[in-house]
Design a protein around this ligand. Structure first.
Ligand code: FUL
Length: 512
């Protein structure tokens, strides 16, 4: 895998800066000896593709792990498990979509085939599918039901297709790549719009003892051809796995990172280490605290827009297990995860696995409802709305506190360290800051502080490094009328799309 995908990226790196190469992803080249200033300015102007913009703005998405493992009570299946086991008694994809939508999700990534190879749609290319199961007398199609439910509830649809297939007799041979592309084609043509294709890094032994050499460029080309708007996630060029399944992203999260071979290799090595733990922390570079900071860019040969996705399960396992009904994450824990994922320039992909009935369990529904209620209460009132700005903030400062993240405040061109001072009109108490950059134009801010005028002096209330699409910070409550955001360093003129100040309800304080 590593040499192939790296070759695709390298091709791009050696091409002209910013060129769209190989139909996969644009990579900005760095010339040997290029100055750090020039590199930083280039990095500041790397932009997301339209498909990456649409995906990032979803903020919160849901994963649905459901399949043979649900019925055999496993996390990773075995070869030869009979399709007879797959028999949900009350499968209702509308309940899944309704639950995800009510929790605020914008997209559902459905597991169509996990590592065991059992297909939740009646694939023409294998007998190991729902068609061989007793569910609906073999006439059912889970993917069709999910697609219809997503349309009904206004959710986008994504699909997880495991490259690793324990069941396939041709796994480990070239023929498997054709088979895999055939299955992809079925999923991408028979079910309407598809907005995300999720490949994990599994690369198990084939039946002939050989490892599969995946045709990644071929898979990507097919997806681009059939669903050009879909992002390809994790083992793909559009969306980066954050590097852990804990739900917690990095404090410093750059969406522009160097294109290196190691990074992609590590995904493959680390994403399959701990079956069912759901919380392992892989070692190595993917978990470094800062993947795209100055030190990283200095030695890079090129970089590209590769934003982070945080995947985590609401339960310890990815699949439903009855003995985990009491271990569903609490609303408070989910909110802490929200602050540490959506609030750290990542999209949250929260897994909610249906049970053997084919329903999302009551406990999970309850937790999601609680999470949504806390988030609603947190962000209901922006205490900075209507603030007046000190002169010197440049034009359009009010654009930072209006509700439209497409409008933004920017200081004079070239200013990279700048203050945005505001008067809230009356003294207010707050303990939460939300910042958004105009990420369509690139990610720029490297460090910032929030200060309040307290006792005749400016005092620090909170500080952070990167902002990107969105940054949320919680801090000890401060009471003040005058507030200033100090951008201490930026790769080019910062563009602030949103600034919000909030008062946290009790449920939003776990993990602070
Ligand atoms: C991992 C898989 O091994 C897990 O079972 C799960 O599907 C997770 C999202 O990705 O790589």
């Amino acid at each position: 895998m590593k040499p192939i995908l790296f070759a695709v990226l390298l091709l791009a790196v050696t091409d002209a800066a910013g060129a769209q190469t190989a139909g996969v992803t644009p990579v900005t080249a760095i010339s040997p000896g290029e100055s750090l200033d020039s590199i930083l300015r280039k990095a500041a102007h790397v932009r997301p593709s339209p498909r990456q913009v649409a995906w990032q703005e979803l903020e919160f998405t849901c994963f649905i792990h459901f399949g043979m493992n649900t019925f055999t009570n496993r996390e990773w299946g075995e070869k030869g498990t009979s399709p007879e086991h797959f028999n949900p008694t009350a499968l209702d994809a509308r309940q899944w979509a309704r639950t995800a939508k009510a929790a605020g999700a914008g997209l559902m990534v459905m597991v169509a085939k996990h590592h065991d190879g059992f297909c939740l749609w009646p694939s023409r290319y294998t007998d190991y599918t729902v068609a061989a199961s007793p569910w609906k007398n073999g006439k059912g199609d889970v993917i069709a039901e999910v697609a219809a439910a997503c349309r009904e509830y206004g959710l986008k649809l994504g699909v997880y297709l495991s490259p690793w297939d324990i069941n396939s007799p041709i796994y480990g041979t070239d023929a498997y790549n054709t088979h895999f592309k055939n299955q992809l084609r079925e999923l991408l043509t028979n079910y309407g719009e598809m907005s995300e294709v999720w490949f994990d890094g599994a690369n198990g032994e084939g039946p002939n003892g050989k490892r599969q050499v995946y045709d990644w460029p071929g898979y990507y080309r097919l997806i681009r051809e059939l669903r050009p708007d879909a992002v390809i996630a994790v083992m793909g060029p559009d969306v980066r796995w954050v590097g852990t399944e804990s739900g917690y992203g990095r404090e410093t999260e750059w969406s522009v990172i160097p294109a290196t071979p190691d990074m992609l290799d590590e995904i493959a090595r680390n994403s399959q280490q701990a079956a069912g733990s759901g919380t392992f922390t892989p070692p190595g570079n993917m978990m470094e605290e800062d993947l795209g900071g100055r030190e990283k860019l200095k030695t890079a040969r090129g970089f590209f827009w590769y934003p982070s996705e945080v995947d985590v399960s609401i339960r310890p396992g990815w699949f439903y297990h009855a003995d985990q009904d009491t271990l569903v994450k609490t609303p408070e824990k989910l909110v802490d995860i929200w602050f540490s994922s959506v609030g750290r320039n990542s999209v949250l992909l929260l897994n909610i696995p249906p049970d053997k009935r084919g329903l999302i369990h009551e406990n999970d529904v309850e937790s999601l409802r609680g999470m949504q209620a806390i988030l609603d209460a947190t962000f209901r009132t922006n205490l900075a709305a209507g603030a007046r700005f000190a002169s010197g903030a440049g034009k359009g400062a009010d654009k930072a506190v209006d509700d439209d993240p497409r409008t933004f405040w920017a200081p004079e061109p070239g200013a990279v360290a700048v203050d945005l001072e505001m008067d809230l009109g009356v003294v207010k108490t707050f303990d939460c800051l939300k910042l958004m950059e105009n990420f369509r134009n690139g990610q720029r801010v490297e460090s910032f502080i929030l200060e309040t005028w307290t006792g005749g002096a400016w005092k620090e209330a909170a500080k952070g490094t990167t902002i990107g699409y969105q940054r949320l910070l919680r801090f000890s409550p401060v009471t003040a009328r005058r507030v200033r955001l100090r951008i201490l360093d930026s790769r080019d003129t910062p563009e602030i799309a949103f600034l919000g100040l909030y008062r946290l309800p009790d449920g939003a304080k776990e993990g602070m």
